[in-house]
Design a protein around this ligand. Structure first.
Ligand SMILES: [Cu+2]
Length: 306
């Protein structure tokens, strides 16, 4: 049975810009993302793509020393200090190649949208995204995977920037959903994360050890590993068996198609549907609930103990 999306009400608009946010959600949004979510075009702000290598990490000051390549029309290659977010500084390691966005504002230089940029990671993500796209195309009208079918393979990055494949979770049951960190609608993504946390706690209490919780970003352009890390930390999420994933949007798009989740970018807004899936130890979808409300006890009852 394929989920129906005919109802316009099923698509909840998630406004991204501060100016578009629902009044009641503004505070929550700020708390959720910490330093982020300022409008991208503050007066006097300048942004440039940057590639380089981390030379040193000054964790206490939230500073990365980066030896960067030349930035056309702005500055030659050099080594300099950049302010970065909490998640990014926690993930950073000296010697790591990164790409990101240099932001100059109010006399301060910072780096945002930081991604690992070593050749091996780039190749793995790219190859996996292409394979997924091919798989969706080959399946054609059968792209959607019903309950009883095996969930699609993927290679993405977790909240620490580590490469994670679907195979990483084989042998474990997996609770899977899609969220994005800037979602301002309390009853959508924030509620979904709360539910996942409640189920994680309930499973632990019930002695179900062989389960992993996985949330894939609907907004991978913004939700870098560092942003996901900050999201998890701000909520006190135990990431021992709760993983946040992001990566190339091409890969996310295929996963959404194959798992029957709708997403539309409308200016600064993401409209999306929600689905929550339980996969068994072989990666087979054994239970699915569409929409933003689902019952923790119902999923708990479907999990195998052992
Ligand atoms: Cu949302």
């Amino acid at each position: 049975m394929k989920p129906s999306y005919s109802s316009a009400a099923a698509l909840a608009a998630c406004a991204l810009m501060a100016g578009l946010m629902l009044p009641g959600c503004a505070k929550q949004e700020r708390a959720a993302t910490g330093t982020a979510s300022a409008a991208p075009t503050r007066p006097g702000e300048k942004r440039y793509p940057l590639k380089g290598e981390i030379v040193a990490v000054q964790a206490d000051k939230h500073i990365l020393v980066v030896q960067h390549e030349a930035i056309p029309d702005y500055m030659p290659a050099m080594t300099m200090e950049f302010k970065v977010g909490r998640g990014d500084v926690a993930n950073a390691k000296a010697g790591q190649r990164i790409r990101g966005e240099l932001v100059y504002f109010n006399g301060e230089l910072s780096l945002e949208k930081i991604w690992p940029d070593d050749t091996q990671t780039a190749r793995q993500l790219d190859a996996a995204a292409k394979a997924l796209a091919q798989d969706t195309a080959m399946r054609g009208k059968e792209a959607y995977r019903e309950v009883g079918e095996v969930a699609p393979d993927f290679t993405l990055l977790d909240q620490e920037g580590r490469t994670i494949t679907a195979g990483h979770f084989r042998g474990k049951q997996v609770m899977l959903n899609f969220i994005f960190t800037r979602c301002p609608i309390a009853t959508m993504c924030p509620a979904a994360t709360q539910h996942m946390m409640a189920l994680q706690a309930a499973a632990k209490q019930a002695g179900i050890a062989n389960v992993e919780f996985v949330s894939i970003s609907l907004d991978p352009e913004y939700d870098t590993p560092g942003v996901l890390k900050e999201y998890a930390e701000a909520r006190g999420i135990d990431t021992a068996n709760f993983t946040f994933l992001t990566g190339p949007d091409t890969a996310v798009r295929q996963l959404l198609a194959q798992l029957g989740i709708l997403r539309e970018f409308e200016g600064d807004t993401i409209k999306h549907t929600l689905a929550t899936l339980l996969l068994n130890e072989q990666g087979r979808i054994i239970h699915r609930v569409d929409g933003s409300t689902w019952d923790v006890q119902e999923f708990l009852g479907k999990m195998r103990k052992g």
